[in-house]
Design a protein around this ligand. Structure first.
Ligand SMILES: [Zn+2]
Length: 214
């Protein structure tokens, strides 16, 4: 699987374009904004068809490009954790209202929950529910590649002080990721990529220290 990262918007969200090289199918993870750079990156990726638009959670800085991208690629299946689908129709839940951003209401095509699997070309995608940052935050495992949204970042984890955030849920979610078997290349929603093994060793939240600082 080939993965390209582009950074979109004022909050510098990582949007990923994944291509299954065997099937030629493509996925966009977290289209933060609908921009010429996003369309260009999709074209340059070499994908033959955009199969999925995959959302790690429903915050505005991860979803505002979805509506227009779906118009451009109507066959693409919009995927989100079931408890964050409401964010796609509620500017209060997505924080678009707080940020003064316009949001066109919509719903996802496919709602996922913990343990769900689906196929992206020949790659089995596993869904790991990781509530805390938002109730419907999920991480997606594409083989040994993880898209971790705003749950796990390089050396830190997502904030829980925003609307619908729950600190104790985040603690459990970070622990759950740490207990997955094997190593993963981790692509987070903001900042640089990392690996799960590196986070197991150095991420103070995964090592259960400093929760009181959140
Ligand atoms: Zn977020």
């Amino acid at each position: 699987m080939k993965v390209t990262k582009i950074v979109l918007g004022n909050i510098e969200t990582n949007c990923y374009i994944a291509v299954d090289e065997l099937s030629g199918l493509g996925a966009v993870i977290d289209p933060a904004l609908y921009t010429p750079s996003l369309l260009e990156a999709i074209k340059e990726s070499g994908m033959t068809k955009l199969q999925y638009i995959i959302l790690t959670h429903g915050h505005a800085d991860h979803i505002l490009g979805v509506y227009d991208l779906k118009q451009e690629y109507p066959e693409a299946i919009v995927v989100i954790g079931e408890d964050d689908d409401i964010c796609l129709s509620s500017p209060n839940c997505s924080l678009s209202s707080d940020l003064g951003l316009e949001q066109k209401p919509m719903h996802a095509d496919k709602l996922v929950k913990d343990g769900d699997t689906f196929f992206f070309g020949g790659i089995e995608v596993k869904v790991v529910a990781t509530p805390g940052h938002t109730p419907g935050s999920v991480c997606y495992l594409f083989g040994n590649t993880m898209f971790s949204g705003d749950t796990l970042f390089c050396r830190t984890c997502g904030r829980t002080d925003l609307f619908r955030g729950v600190l104790t849920d985040m603690q459990e979610s970070v622990k759950k990721l740490g207990m997955l078997s094997g190593d993963f290349l981790v692509y987070p929603g903001h900042g640089i990529s990392t690996t799960l093994d590196a986070e197991r060793k150095t991420n103070r939240f995964m090592r259960k220290i400093e929760w009181s600082l959140l």
